[in-house]
Write a protein of this length. Sequence first.
Length: 310
Amino acid sequence: MAKLVLLHKANSIYEDEPDIVYDFPRSYLKAIEEAVGDWIVYYEPVKAGPRGYFAVARIDRVIPKPGVEGRFLAMIEPGSFLSFDWEVPRLVQGRPLETALTEPDGTPKKGGAVQLAVRRLPEADFARIVNLGLPQELEQIEAIRYDPQPAEVNDEVKPFERPVLERLTRRPYRDVAFRRKVREAYGYRCAMSGLMLRNGGGRPEVQAAHIRPVESQGSDSVRNGLALSGTLHWMFDRGLISVADDCETILVSHNKVPGDVVGRLLAPDGKLVRPEDSRNAPHPENLRWHRENVFGRGLPEGPTPWGGAG
């Protein structure tokens, strides 16, 4: 196995979807086949935008691209994709983070490997990039984000340092990373009500909902997430609300949700609030999956968030 850097740019001519599939030509087949079962880092080339290194994922398998001679698809292992909390710059203090792109004096190389869309990545380089993008103390950072001086602090207790790969596969860590990116993408505003609510300490009340659940092979991509208030998150997960195929009209199961509840909870225009960066907009396939597999199913027994039994 081998770790890689894969170049990706939004709106490319190739059928890339970073959390699902990577489209590439035969010239990179050997390198990517060697990486099956191992991790890759996504990188945005200079001409495509400012992000640099922006996400990590694991390759599950490689298949020929149907109907296209000489092209192949690297299928991403479901549940492995994770956006970096902080996008990692191409250079740190003037030096590349990839050994293969660095001259002996530490300056960036020009041409050659720099132009490759697929680059092998030594373990040390991989760890350095991931540690910059997904710091091991991310859970602690989030825990004290709105309470920087908790009541009881023991300065002598240091957080346990988890190895990079253990961190990338821990569900609690991934949940924190996903929540931070989704809420940030929507400006801490509920995508269905349009409201930005904070408690007395300034903590955002909005939650991060997976459109396609992780247990149903949904990813931790921001494009598989919606920032929702607690009640709307509950309704979305239970299929009482969804999003139409225009990717903006909010659908409501009116035979299960009282009209006055709809009026109180949803934005007056009935449209989804979109993230400021269009690259973070919900993917149409994720919304389709939710409509076809979750929306309209039976209301569970018990009380509802708006009062009364289901």
